[in-house]
Write a new protein. Structure first.
Length: 215
C-alpha cells in the first residue's frame, strides 16, 4: 500500500470569516480525529492536497501527516476519510483525516475498474457501468488501490455483481453482494422505442392528411 507525506499546521476554531481568510491564503481547514489523538483542528496546503486527490486513490492511500508545532505536533499516520467541495466551483472546502492503527481493520471505499471486453457489446449490446466503488474492510496496510471486475464473459442480458469480485487475501467486501456492477442490455430496447415513435409520427401525419376528393 502506498504511503505519502503531507504537511499540516494547527489552527484555532474560528468564525466563517477567518475560515474564508484561511482559504484565501491557500490553506484548507481540516480536522484530524482518532482514538489516540482525539479531535484536532488543522490546516493543510490546498494545492498539496489537491495533488494527492488527483494522483492517488484517497480511500487506499496512507498519509504521513506532519503537524508543525504545539502539543499535538508530530507525525500521524492517517487516511483522508472525507473531502468537501463547493457544489458549483468544485473548490476544496474542508478535509477530514482519520488516524489509523495498523493492527486494527478499517472500512474504506475503493474504486472498481472494469477490465476485459464483453462479448455482448460485440454483438451490439450496450454496456452499463452501474457501480464504480465498493466498501471493503481490512488492515490499513492491506487495502488494495482498486478491485478489478472482469466483464469478458458478459453476453447480452448478463450482469456482474459485487459477489463476483475476488478480493485479495485479508480483504473483505462489505458492500451488498447483490449490487450490480455492470450489465449488458440488448439494443432492441432503444430500437423498439425508436420504431414506435416513428410509427406514431406516421399515424399522426396520416390522420391529418386530407382524404382524396375533399376540398
Amino acid at each position: 500500500m502506498e504511503t505519502i507525506s503531507l504537511q499540516a499546521q494547527l489552527r484555532e476554531r474560528g468564525t466563517k470569516g477567518s475560515v474564508r481568510a484561511l482559504r484565501n491564503q491557500g490553506m484548507l481547514p481540516a480536522v484530524l480525529y482518532g482514538k489516540e489523538v482525539g479531535n484536532v483542528l488543522l490546516s493543510v496546503p490546498t494545492k498539496s492536497l489537491e495533488q494527492v486527490i488527483t494522483n492517488h486513490s484517497i480511500g487506499s492511500t496512507l498519509i504521513n501527516l506532519d503537524v508543525a508545532d504545539g502539543e499535538k505536533g508530530g507525525s500521524y499516520l492517517v487516511m483522508c476519510r472525507e473531502i468537501q467541495r463547493d457544489p458549483v466551483r468544485r473548490e476544496l472546502l474542508h478535509a477530514d483525516f482519520y488516524q489509523v492503527d495498523l493492527t486494527e481493520e478499517i472500512e474504506t471505499e475503493i474504486p472498481v475498474v472494469l477490465v476485459g471486453e464483453a462479448p455482448g457489446v460485440k454483438q451490439g449490446g450496450i454496456l452499463q457501468n452501474m457501480l464504480r466503488t465498493v466498501i471493503v474492510s481490512s488492515l490499513p496496510t492491506q487495502i488494495p488501490e482498486r478491485l478489478e471486475a472482469d466483464i469478458s464473459k458478459l453476453e447480452i442480458g448478463d450482469q456482474l455483481t459485487v459477489g463476483d469480485l475476488e478480493p485479495p487475501a485479508g480483504v473483505r467486501i462489505v458492500s451488498s453482494r447483490e449490487s450490480v456492477i455492470a450489465l449488458v442490455i440488448p439494443p432492441a430496447i432503444e430500437e423498439e422505442e425508436g420504431e414506435e415513435a416513428a410509427e406514431e409520427a406516421e399515424g399522426v401525419e396520416a390522420g391529418t392528411a386530407p382524404e382524396q376528393g375533399e376540398e
